[in-house]
Design a protein around this ligand. Structure first.
Ligand code: NAI
Ligand code: 15L
Length: 268
């Protein structure tokens, strides 16, 4: 696979950013890391530039040197007051898509979330083409990013892979997280394929590994030849042994969004 010259990684100081950084030299000669939080432990192929995603001038500055691939992880990653979601995820996603449009249209990987469909039940299998049922303002903000990817492809030709990440942490701690777990190595493999593919247009897939429980139908990912190699099955016995008995009628157990369906309005 030919390497990218310069990859931009937003949200580089976050959990997923930290997990994938060690693999990015396989994808690109140079990696520009960005976040609100400064990163100082830079490898020779890495540089850092701070940017508040809600500030257009700061986002534009990330493209001062040509970028030929973007992994956009930055933004608010959990339910937070609307002002924060608006700045990081609504204005922030817009600023990234529009800067991409104006700076040579590098291919973009957008970190969406399972929470765009959190109000589907666990006994339903959800494909990437279902009507959205976000479980939170956060989930709705990811739906906005997906909508931007549509108009920026159809109208302006920006190619984006939206990855509805399930649960990308070192290991799952609950049955829900087991069903949604995404290994960082599977995510990197997915990113590599997305940059390498001849054409991706605008696609939406779920970012989950090859777990035993499958709540999502990821057949839409087949065009990338992506076959996740990891599974959460290795933690099954441990997770089940540490999962307290709960009321099966609890909405947090019925819906895919889990405890997120219990969260009230973040500004109340
Ligand atoms: P995280 O919260 O650990 O990292 C997000 C990073 O974005 C942080 O370092 C933060 O400083 C930065 N950030 C927040 N607001 C910003 C702003 N306004 N301007 C610039 N930077 C800002 O999140 P994590 O877990 O690493 O997730 C990465 C991405 O993947 C997020 O977009 C998240 O919504 C998405 N995602 C993650 C999942 C997971 O299981 N880790 C599941 C589904 C989606
Ligand atoms: C997400 O979208 C969050 O970014 C992550 O922190 C987890 O909460 C994950 O979903 C989840 O569904 O558990």
């Amino acid at each position: 696979m030919p390497k990218l010259n310069r990859l931009l990684l937003t949200g580089a100081a976050g959990g997923v950013g930290k997990a994938i950084r060690p693999f990015l030299s396989q994808l690109a000669e140079q990696v520009l890391l960005s976040d609100l939080q400064e990163i100082t432990d830079l490898a020779p192929h890495e540089t850092f530039r701070a940017a508040q995603l809600g500030d257009r001038a700061q986002v534009d500055a990330l493209f001062a040197e040509p970028v030929d691939g973007v992994i956009h992880l930055g933004g608010v990653s959990v339910e937070k007051p609307f002002a924060m979601i608006c700045e990081g995820n609504l204005v922030g996603a817009y600023n990234i898509f529009d800067a991409v449009r104006l700076n040579g249209k590098p291919r973009l990987i957008f970190a969406s979330s399972n929470h765009v469909t959190g109000y589907y039940r666990r006994d339903e299998t959800v494909g990437a083409d279902v009507m959205l049922r976000p479980d939170s303002l956060y989930g709705a903000s990811k739906a906005w990013g997906e909508a931007l990817s549509s108009v920026y492809y159809d109208k302006f030709g920006v190619e984006t892979l939206c990855v509805r990440i399930g649960y990308c942490f070192p290991r799952p701690e609950s049955p829900r997280q087991m069903a949604l777990w995404l290994a960082a190595e599977d995510f990197i493999d997915l990113c590599a394929r997305a940059f390498d593919a001849e054409h991706i247009g605008r696609a939406i897939i779920y970012g989950v590994s090859d777990n035993d429980d499958k709540w999502v139908d990821n057949s839409g990912a087949a065009f990338l030849g992506w076959k996740p190699k990891h599974s959460s099955a290795q933690w099954r016995a441990d997770v089940l042994a540490n999962t307290p008995k709960a009321d099966p009628l609890d909405p947090a157990l019925i819906y895919q969004g889990g405890p997120w369906v219990h969260m009230g309005h973040p500004d109340d």
